[in-house]
Write a protein that binds this ligand. Structure first.
Ligand SMILES: Cc1cc2nc3c(=O)[nH]c(=O)nc-3n(C[C@H](O)[C@H](O)[C@H](O)COP(=O)(O)O)c2cc1C
Length: 176
């Protein structure tokens, strides 16, 4: 089947190396527009997006976790996806959907991106990944942080997803 959505989904790969090139403002605007078009439970729309392009701040964000976040230091833009958990019990789902909308739109617009998990992670023995990010960015305690999406023009080639990744044994019709 030919479908531009399916092609974009196929081409989206996690990119962890980026060119030293800023992302045009219009591209960022398109990515945010897509995020705000995300469906949300009961249409509560709880997401906030913290955009970080300052190199010093990005360096601090990249230290949120062990090895899994370090590559973010080379990204020209990091979007921290968070949600007001006081207005939305399903903030994890809502934030996750907004995140994949950001990643797919980024792919479509020629950017690479990678999800960096923050919720339920540790910065060190004393502090969670979430509290660390809150402290660095001044995010209030009622706002929960799901992840950071590192974005930029890709400096690595990753092949698109292949048809053989389809797992027929995982598809169950009319019952498990
Ligand atoms: C919930 C979730 C958490 C992830 N956390 C990280 C992370 O902390 N650091 C990282 O480098 N990649 C992270 N990833 C990216 C995955 O490693 C990646 O999506 C997976 O290996 C499949 O590769 P692909 O994105 O190229 O299809 C995460 C992805 C998801 C969906």
């Amino acid at each position: 089947m030919t479908s531009s959505v399916l092609e974009t989904i196929r081409r989206r790969r996690s990119i962890r190396k980026f060119e030293y090139q800023d992302i045009p403002k219009e591209t960022i605007q398109d990515i945010l527009t897509a995020a705000f078009f995300s469906p949300s439970s009961s249409n509560r729309r709880p997401c906030h997006f913290v955009l970080v392009s300052d190199k010093g701040l990005i360096e601090k964000l990249s230290k949120a976790r062990d090895g899994s976040s370090r590559f973010a230091s080379g990204a020209p833009l990091v979007i921290v996806v968070c949600s007001d958990s006081e207005i939305a019990g399903r903030w994890i789902e809502d934030s996750s959907i907004a995140s994949i909308m950001i990643q797919l739109t980024a792919t479509e617009l020629g950017l690479g991106s990678c999800w960096i998990q923050i919720r339920d992670t540790a910065h060190n023995e004393e502090q969670s990944g979430e509290d660390y990010i809150r402290e660095v960015l001044g995010i209030p305690s009622t706002i929960r942080v799901l992840n950071m999406i590192a974005l930029g023009f890709p400096a690595q080639d990753r092949s698109p997803h292949e048809d053989d990744e389809f797992m027929p044994e995982r598809v169950h019709w009319e019952g498990f």
